[in-house]
Design a protein around this ligand. Sequence first.
Ligand SMILES: NC(=O)c1ccc[n+]([C@@H]2O[C@H](COP(=O)([O-])OP(=O)(O)OC[C@H]3O[C@@H](n4cnc5c(N)ncnc54)[C@H](OP(=O)(O)O)[C@@H]3O)[C@@H](O)[C@H]2O)c1
Length: 264
Amino acid sequence: MDSSNRLNDRPRVLITGASSGIGAQLAKDYLEDGWQVFGCGRNRERLVAIKGINPLIFDIGVRDAVQSAGKQLKKLLGENTLDLIILNAGTCEYIKAPLQFDDQLFERVIHTNLVAVGYCLNAFLPFLSHDGRLALMSSSSIYLALPRAEAYGSSKAAINYLAATLDASFAGHKESEHIRVSVICPGFVDTPLTEKNDFPMPMRVDVHTASKEIRLGLAKGKREIHFPKRFTCLLKLLSILPAGVWRKITLAMAPENKNKDAEL
Ligand SMILES: NC(=O)c1ccc[n+]([C@@H]2O[C@H](COP(=O)([O-])OP(=O)(O)OC[C@H]3O[C@@H](n4cnc5c(N)ncnc54)[C@H](OP(=O)(O)O)[C@@H]3O)[C@@H](O)[C@H]2O)c1
């Protein structure tokens, strides 16, 4: 077999948000495992620094830019298709004061984390192999309504619904019935996104652990990938408590009440 054929035999993955954090580590690890990686991001310098990556530089929040990236991808792929699409890019901002609801922050976060995912689905799904896998990046914040996460949590809860509904829709069509969908719900991961958080982040893991969990979960065909288990299972357990109990817990944890006796 000549070297160009060997290149064509390599599995292919498209990863959005490949220029930083979890996405960058996934890109490096898939490359090391012999995959062909199409890595997306806005930051050219950080993307091209990943040796071997096929960079696609665009803003996922601008529909025309995403469409152009789709055309660029078509040229790069030629007759080939993608085995895996990981829509990972995202942002996180927290509402500061619920009574002065920051609607612009809300719009920004929903746009990047949800609307832009729609742009990417429109532009990139046509290139997914009919027995390929689509993975959407959500968050463990969807298991429990956390204070100040009105924008971020809502955007990620919608991603879980989107993943589930896509899976059901794919199953109902002959040409897409073998496409599988995964949703990824990490706890805290040490990345530039969490660096700016001003609150404790229990059981935080590094990007190597995150990438390993995600790649393993995808290889096993898991529908929902969540980690670290001790953290995500605790959230899942708390989520079955009556809403009133969770309200009292969040009240007791609020910074202004930390020094008072919790009235549980
Ligand atoms: N870190 C955590 O604890 C954690 C936990 C749960 C879920 N997540 C999710 O995991 C994903 C990755 O987060 P991370 O922690 O790795 O964050 P990160 O280091 O800040 O990386 C975010 C990535 O998304 C890209 N991105 C953001 N907005 C974009 C836009 N408008 N257009 C194109 N690319 C854009 C960035 O690209 P550029 O820098 O090139 O613009 C960057 O590559 C996010 O969806 C996040 O919500 C993270």
